[in-house]
Design a binder for this molecule. Structure first.
Ligand code: MRU
Length: 346
């Protein structure tokens, strides 16, 4: 297990670490019941689309494992209620809903008593965690081929080990290129207001020895105009028929990338795709305005000032060069073909 593996099961407890405390402290967080998993997601102690999904799966495993139900139906009712609590934790990353639906499907289809049911739910969560790491490794292999020697890659937010179970999506691609011996470097945006880029992306890259330069979000246009960026690679919270939904600021970067002819790539596992939906179907999480009016609990705007705080934005596919996933590098026309396939199967 790498020292940045974000979640594992130990004696009836799902262990993670509290990302709000990074980079200064690595504080372990023991989730003992499903509500602990739901609060960890809501409070962004765990974050990043794939990790949110796997945490929810472990949340259901906790509900089943610690259930006192004697009958299978009673346990199933508890699992369904826990699923509803988890569904309300954060609205945008589709991996959350995908993971809950997948665990519920396994629970419904397994036959046997309460013990078999609890085992099956935990087994599914563990499987999803392992599959996530495997998908990231494969994305890394495919995506690394796109990165050339000495290139500078700009990334936004944190799409690394910390946003997944391990290895990362966008940072997984960067990591794989670096591990192949390519002397690349990274520009990381700080990612206001929660600073995932400044706190987490730089932390991960520093740990791996990958050169990284931190910029504020508003410097992206300047660095591109000075030809300091060769490629952009970001993660995603949801990929729909017409767009990529990712951390607020992604759309701005994509438009700037097009203006400056910098290829813009998205790295995300298939669990982040929902090609039955369009961007109209997506709820963009609106977080507390205090995250904007305050900095580390210190007020920075006069009291009474209104602030917007959408956590994600919508980047139309026309800005995306390709999507790197565990099955390969998909051009937008290949994505459109996949969308059409979904249509015929629906
Ligand atoms: O609000 P967060 O920190 O959960 O947002 C995370 C992102 O936007 C990531 O870019 C995305 O989830 C991809 S993570 C592999």
């Amino acid at each position: 297990m790498s020292d940045l593996r974000t979640i594992w099961w130990k004696d009836g407890v799902a262990v993670t670490f509290d990302q709000t405390k990074l980079p200064s402290d690595k504080v372990f967080l023991e989730m003992k019941e499903c509500s602990d998993a739901a609060s960890a997601i809501r409070e962004m102690r765990v974050r990043g689309a794939p990790l949110i999904g796997v945490t929810a799966a472990y949340g259901l495993a906790l509900a089943a494992y610690h259930s006192k139900a004697e009958k299978r139906d009673e346990m199933m009712k508890e699992i369904n209620e826990s699923a509803e609590v988890l569904r309300r934790s954060r609205p945008t990353a589709v991996n959350l809903f995908w993971a809950i639906d997948r665990v519920l499907k396994r629970a419904r289809t397994v036959s046997g008593n309460t013990e078999t049911l609890a085992k099956a739910v935990l087994d599914e969560a563990q499987k999803m965690a392992d599959e996530d790491v495997e998908a990231n490794r494969r994305m890394g292999e495919y995506g690394a081929k796109l990165i050339r020697e000495e290139e500078v890659v700009l990334t936004h937010c944190n799409a690394g080990s910390l946003a997944t179970v391990d290895y990362g999506t966008a940072l997984g691609v960067i990591r794989a290129a670096w591990n192949q011996g390519k002397k690349i470097s990274v520009i990381a945006t700080e990612t206001r207001p929660k600073l995932q880029g400044a706190r987490l992306t730089t932390y991960e890259l520093k740990r791996d020895g990958i050169p990284v330069t931190l910029i504020t979000d508003s410097m992206v246009g300047y660095v591109m105009s000075k030809r300091l960026v060769d490629k952009v690679i970001v993660g995603a919270d949801r990929i729909v028929q017409d767009a990529v939904i990712n951390k607020i600021g992604t759309y701005t970067i994509a438009v700037l990338a097009q203006e400056h002819k910098v290829p813009f790539y998205v790295a995300a596992p298939r669990s982040t795709f929902n090609l039955k939906q369009t961007s109209e179907d997506v709820t963009i999480e609106e977080r507390s305005s205090e995250e904007v009016t305050h900095f580390r609990s210190q007020r920075i705007a006069p009291s009474g000032i209104k602030a917007l705080n959408p956590a994600f934005d919508i980047t139309p596919l026309k800005y995306v060069e390709a999507v790197i996933c565990e099955s390969g590098v998909l051009s937008t026309s290949e994505l459109e073909r996949l969308t059409a396939d979904y249509g015929t199967r629906a």
